[in-house]
Write a protein that binds this ligand. Structure first.
Ligand SMILES: *Cc1c(COP(=O)(O)O)cnc(C)c1O
Length: 403
């Protein structure tokens, strides 16, 4: 058996479809966000326009300082799984901070947001007898995999459509446990769920709600508790899941909810139990980041201003982007090869890094550049980036006219 040729064949298919992933090799420069050195092809010094470190908190002195202190206090690693010597006081402080952030009784840490979704949904779906999981059609891969792993019955409802959810819930016997799983901010289109309507439909049918706030935490709500906080709905959501790796700028994932719910997942979730705990210093950094964003609105306000500026300048040049109420600006290209080409030219000729987003992250034909302005992108950065896109757009339009 020539296994390598089996591997290569499928990789070649990806390449011929323009869906092969090439990583930009960066060296982020601490204190200079969003600048980075580029060790791959393209300009050697670049400005990052596609980071999920939405507010630059990964370089905030309060956060890096807490991480350094954490290492000095506790060393590099946790030393074990949570159950076997790995639970540190810094984990407990972070869990208390997270429970408070979402107004819940308890919180539980995981090594990533992906793992938290996978572990929590697979545990709930597998262990609640006769459970049905109702999943929004656009849910993230981590939720889909968790639901699949649970082997519970799954019903997919139309994206952001509470009426479709209502019909689908009505068809399920009242005595079966029901879990409505959805996100607040959908990361690729940047659209926001009608959380209130979804919660009302779920309550009407006695379903629990599972909300992924990964792209909302730190960014929305007066304390950065997410879109549900902004809408005054946190107390009506059964389980809120989030990440420490995006707006909080560190790494890790979590769930929050009632004490029995969190104790249940803590006690049964394989993806929580059988893995080494996060380094205590990472927990300390995340705690510092959450605490900072609980009281400081400056980063959120400035981010909103820069997002609005980018949108207005794109509009002025007639560059199409999906309208949405969030901080995510998808510039639609609609072709994987062209999307990659535009991204390459931006990187090579302008020192602008926007990763092309292709299938399977988004449906074929909806390939895009996903732009995430931060409070640390200057007005000059915006002019440079939108100007470059404008120049490329003109060239493409010209090429279309000739062809
Ligand atoms: C990124 C993402 C996750 C996973 O979070 P990580 O902390 O990066 O593992 C979960 N849900 C959604 C919607 C995401 O976009």
């Amino acid at each position: 058996m020539d296994y390598d040729s089996l591997f290569r064949k499928q990789i070649d298919t990806l390449k011929s479809e323009g869906n092969y992933r090439i990583f930009a090799e960066l060296e982020r420069r601490c204190g200079q966000f969003p600048r980075a050195a580029n060790h791959g092809t393209g300009a050697p010094e670049i400005t990052v326009w596609c980071s999920n470190d939405y507010l630059g908190m990964g370089q905030h002195p309060a956060v890096t300082g807490a991480m350094k202190d954490g290492i000095d206090r506790c060393g590099a690693g946790a030393g074990g799984t949570r159950n076997i010597s790995g639970t540190n006081i810094l984990h407990r402080e972070l869990e208390e901070e997270l429970a408070d952030l979402h107004g819940k009784e308890a919180a539980l840490l995981f090594t990533s947001g992906y793992v938290s979704n996978w572990a929590a949904l697979s545990t709930l779906g597998a262990r609640l007898p006769g459970a049905v999981i109702l999943s929004d059609a656009f849910n993230h891969a981590s939720m889909i995999e968790g639901i699949r792993h649970s082997r519970a019955d799954k019903v997919i409802w139309r994206h952001n459509d509470p009426e479709d959810l209502d019909r689908k819930l009505a068809a399920i016997p009242a005595e079966r446990p029901k879990i409505v799983a959805f996100e607040s901010v959908y990361s690729m289109d940047g659209d926001i769920a009608p959380i209130r309507e979804i919660v009302e439909v779920a309550e009407k049918h006695g379903a629990m709600t599972y909300l992924d706030e990964v792209h909302g935490v730190g960014l929305y709500g007066p304390r950065g508790g997410g879109v549900a906080e902004q809408e005054g709905l946190m107390d009506r959501i059964t389980l809120i899941e989030g990440t420490l790796g995006k707006a909080f700028g560190v790494v890790g994932g979590y769930i929050t909810g009632s004490e029995p719910l969190v104790d249940f997942v803590r006690s049964f979730a394989s993806g929580f139990i059988f893995t080494t705990a996060l380094p205590p210093a990472v927990a300390a950094a995340a705690t510092a980041s959450i605490r900072h964003l609980k009281t400081s609105d400056a980063e959120r306000m400035l981010q909103r201003r820069q997002v609005a500026k980018v949108r207005a300048k794109l509009d002025a040049l007639g560059i199409p982007h999906l309208p949405n109420p969030s901080h995510i600006i998808p510039v639609m290209i609609g072709d994987p090869v062209k999307c990659r080409q535009i991204s390459d030219i931006l990187m090579d000729s302008y020192g602008i890094y926007v990763q092309p987003i292709n299938y399977p992250t988004v449906p074929k034909g909806t390939e895009r550049l996903r732009i995430t302005p931060s409070p640390l992108h200057t007005d000059a950065d915006i002019d440079h980036m939108v100007g470059a896109l404008g120049a490329l757009w003109k060239q493409c339009a010209l090429a279309h006219a000739v062809a």
